[in-house]
Ligand binder design. Structure first.
Ligand code: HGY
Ligand code: MN
Ligand code: MN
Ligand code: MN
Length: 400
């Protein structure tokens, strides 16, 4: 029997990123594989039956796998240089909840499973919630198989090297049918619970959000030999786009726009780049306003490119519409948890992808820094304990 803090401590050294700080755990890399093995051992030690699905998500079943299951879990991958809690807290809390229920001699009357979804952050192949999207059939499998990581390795190749069969990837109706209800516990990624002075909340909604790649194309050339007037430098329209993203988001109600990744090619200090790739992450409460931000920024990008004698191609890499979690399910959980408050979130989650297919809900655990996707992300041990207790209570109620 282990609490969430003990389980978090057991994986604290896996995937530490000494260069960036925080953790870098990307799908199928050494750290992520180590976490998969660790999870499998932990689940098997609890007598759970572990299996991988067609999309390399891991399932650990309490009793026989079957339909109408109560499913809980999250992900073990991270963003580059991410925090310790985003993802793993949901997985370790699920294991800990199983222990708490076992200690009470609880016998589930419905199948119960802990799931670990693959590539939730899109840190390697660029599409977040890839494992749950594939399972739910909300990403075209051929498009997914052709996704490339920064080294040019395709998802199909990576799945094969991992030892799974890329031909089996895609909509998994059997896995989907088995999920009667899904509950994901997650560290909060803002300060909602700090402000409310509460340890645990339920999720109300997720912003409409997506990722777009702007590829600016100019003329690579010599930094010293090329007169300013002769340049077609794609870094100029790229930089102007970054500034406009802030302005457009600030003028959109609840809007957020971020450029967290910008890659000049070839990337030499004394080289005018031939291309610059800019990734835009745009979010807002409504599909319409998120789309409007991207439409406006795309038009500006074309204008800025033309002014420099460059061109630009815009590619939508992922998109997810606003998620409103099932109100009755959310209220039911809140009722079980002493009136836990409902909070919206700006972050995407596998629970958000699944919410379009099955009843889904989320529990948030207080984060005193309010920071996430950075090493300062945090949850106090007592709050992690409260989260696991809350999850156990929910599972006991749903599966009992
Ligand atoms: O919100 C995100 O960026 C990711 O889905 N966790
Ligand atoms: Mn995240
Ligand atoms: Mn997460
Ligand atoms: Mn998630």
């Amino acid at each position: 029997m282990a609490g969430p803090n003990e389980l978090m401590a057991a994986i604290a050294e896996v995937g530490v990123d000494r260069r960036r700080g925080g953790y870098s755990r990307h799908v199928f890399d050494d750290a992520e594989r180590q976490l998969r093995e660790w999870f499998t051992e932990q689940a098997e030690a609890r007598g759970l039956r572990v299996e991988a699905d067609r999309n390399t998500n891991i399932w650990a079943w309490w009793g026989e796998p079957g339909d109408d299951a109560v499913v809980t879990g999250s992900h073990l991958d991270s963003v580059p240089g991410g925090g310790a809690f985003d993802g793993p807290l949901g997985v370790v809390s699920a294991l800990s909840a199983v222990d708490l229920l076992r200690a009470r001699d609880f016998q589930p009357r419905r199948p119960l499973a802990v799931v670990v979804f693959a590539e939730e952050e899109g840190g390697r192949f660029g599409v977040p919630c890839l494992g749950s999207r594939l399972l739910a059939g909300t990403i075209d499998r051929d498009r997914a198989l052709a996704l490339r990581d920064p080294d040019g390795v395709t998802l199909a190749e990576a799945v094969r090297s991992f030892g799974a069969d890329p031909a089996r990837l895609g909509c998994d109706e059997e896995a989907l049918r088995r999920i009667g209800q899904f509950v994901e516990l997650h560290v909060e990624q803002g300060r909602g619970l700090v402000d409310l002075d509460r340890p645990v909340a339920v999720a109300s909604s997720i912003l409409a959000h997506g990722r777009w790649r702007f590829r600016f194309h100019g003329q690579g050339n010599h930094a010293g030999a090329t007169l300013i007037g002769d340049r077609r430098d794609p870094m100029l329209p790229a930089s102007r786009l970054v500034l406009e993203a802030r302005r457009v988001a600030a003028g959109t109600e609840g809007g957020r726009a971020t450029v967290g990744r910008l890659v000049p090619n070839p990337g030499g200090t004394n080289v005018i780049p031939s291309t610059v790739d800019v990734w835009l992450d745009a979010r807002s409460p409504e599909d319409r306003s998120t789309r409007a931000m991207v439409t406006e920024l795309s038009a500006l990008a074309r204008e800025f490119a033309a002014a420099e004698g460059c061109d630009v191609a815009v590619t939508e890499e992922s998109y997810g519409d606003t998620v409103h979690f099932d109100t009755a399910f959310r209220d039911q959980l809140s009722g079980l948890l002493d009136g836990a408050p409902a909070l919206p979130t700006g972050a995407g989650h596998d629970a958000g992808v699944l919410a379009a297919e099955v009843p889904a809900a989320m529990l948030f655990v207080r984060n005193p820094t309010g920071i996430s996707h950075a090493p300062e992300e945090h949850a106090e041990p007592d709050d992690c304990e409260s989260g696991a207790q809350a999850l156990a209570r929910v599972l006991e109620h749903l599966a009992g």
